[in-house]
Design a protein around this ligand. Structure first.
Ligand SMILES: Cc1cc2nc3c(=O)[nH]c(=O)nc-3n(C[C@H](O)[C@H](O)[C@H](O)COP(=O)(O)OP(=O)(O)OC[C@H]3O[C@@H](n4cnc5c(N)ncnc54)[C@H](O)[C@@H]3O)c2cc1C
Length: 315
């Protein structure tokens, strides 16, 4: 799928059903490392059941000790003949512990930092795979921890060569970063549409609140920010689909700006709804909780600032 297509799908699903959006995206993110680095045998075995929805797959990089500094993961895999024995834990893994298959990253040579990380395809049924606890977030999101206790992984399930794992993980995240922006745009768009509808039917001082210029300024501001964010998202996507090799700065700008303004837009939507905006059962209340995690996962806002600055200073 082109990046533009992926962004279109994420935006529209996020606008209409964020839970469906999550499933669609996680199947892509989990399959990403196999698409990037898997051999033909691995692709044939694992991708068709993911595409048909028979198998749930996910991406497991983050550990309890930290997510931002991904190169410092502690999980270790040691080769023993035709198997690796994996020990360690992962947390904040979307779809865990229920997913069937995990793209897992672990150190095979801890002395080499990020160059000592290797990717593996781990099935839930492998001996030593221990499903962990589910995490209860502020918004509905299937997510949890998994543990590996001498988890036995066939060498045939290694992704690429030893030491290529960090590169594979980053290549996967590079593709997805722009699409997080698209998801944020979809959620912000839903908040705007809901606000316009509400403002036209809610009465105050004998007239719809849409007649008040302060409410009009809010919806105008919301629409303008959403359009700007959407343009950044599709700029990054068009550039990549058009063949630009390095869209690191553009995709970070898209993710950073879209997730930050979506938070502001949804906050304004709650304001337009008055007290009902914080009542369970109202869409904007749900969106208010759902949008928050997007500024954290797949590179926090702080890290996106650093990435953009690094690119500018390097150029
Ligand atoms: C809903 C949700 C879904 C997720 N799904 C997945 C998944 O499927 N797979 C997966 O592997 N992970 C997943 N994650 C984990 C996510 O990627 C991490 O939470 C994220 O990378 C941040 O890591 P952390 O939580 O350990 O925060 P930390 O890395 O501890 O960061 C804490 C704070 O310090 C800041 N910080 C850290 N380093 C710097 C720096 N150098 N300069 C400035 N500020 C800095 C961060 O920006 C942040 O504000 C998910 C998280 C959430 C919330």
């Amino acid at each position: 799928m082109s990046l533009v297509s992926f962004c279109l799908v994420r935006e529209e699903l996020a606008r209409t059903c964020p839970n469906a959006e999550l499933i669609f995206t996680m199947q892509g993110l989990g399959a990403g490392p196999i698409i990037v680095a898997g051999n033909e045998e691995q692709k044939q075995k694992y991708l068709p059941p993911v595409a048909s929805g028979k198998s749930i797959i996910t991406f497991a990089l983050t550990e309890p000790s930290g997510g931002t500094d991904a190169a410092s993961i502690l999980s270790q895999a040691k080769r023993e003949g035709d198997h690796y024995l994996l020990n360690g834990s992962k947390t904040f893994i979307s779809m865990a512990p229920d997913a069937d298959v995990y793209a897992v990253f672990a150190k095979t040579d801890p002395s080499k930092g990020s160059k000592g990380i290797t990717g593996f395809i781990v099935e839930k049924g492998f001996p030593g795979f221990v499903p962990g606890e589910r995490l209860d977030l502020i918004a509905a999101h299937p997510i949890g921890s998994i543990y590996f206790e001498d988890c036995s992984i066939p060498v045939a399930n290694r992704l690429g060569e030893e030491g290529e794992g960090f590169k594979i993980a980053m290549q996967t995240l590079d593709f997805f970063r722009t699409t997080v922006g698209a998801c944020a745009v979809g959620m912000a768009q839903a908040a705007l549409e809901e606000s316009l509808k509400y403002a036209k039917q809610r009465l105050a001082f004998g007239q719809p609140i849409a007649k008040f210029q302060l409410i009009q300024a809010k919806v105008a501001d919301m629409a303008m920010k959403i359009s700007a964010a959407r343009l950044l998202v599709f700029q990054a996507a068009f550039l990549r689909d058009g063949g630009k090799k390095n869209i690191t700065a553009e995709s970070s700008m898209a993710k950073l700006y879209a997730t930050e303004i979506a938070q502001q837009v949804i906050d304004q939507a709650v304001q337009v709804h008055g007290g009902y905006g914080v009542c369970k059962g109202y869409l904007v209340e749900k969106l208010y909780r759902e949008i928050r995690a997007l500024r954290i996962y797949e590179g926090t806002s702080e890290i996106q600032h650093l990435v953009i600055a690094n690119q500018l200073l390097r150029d």
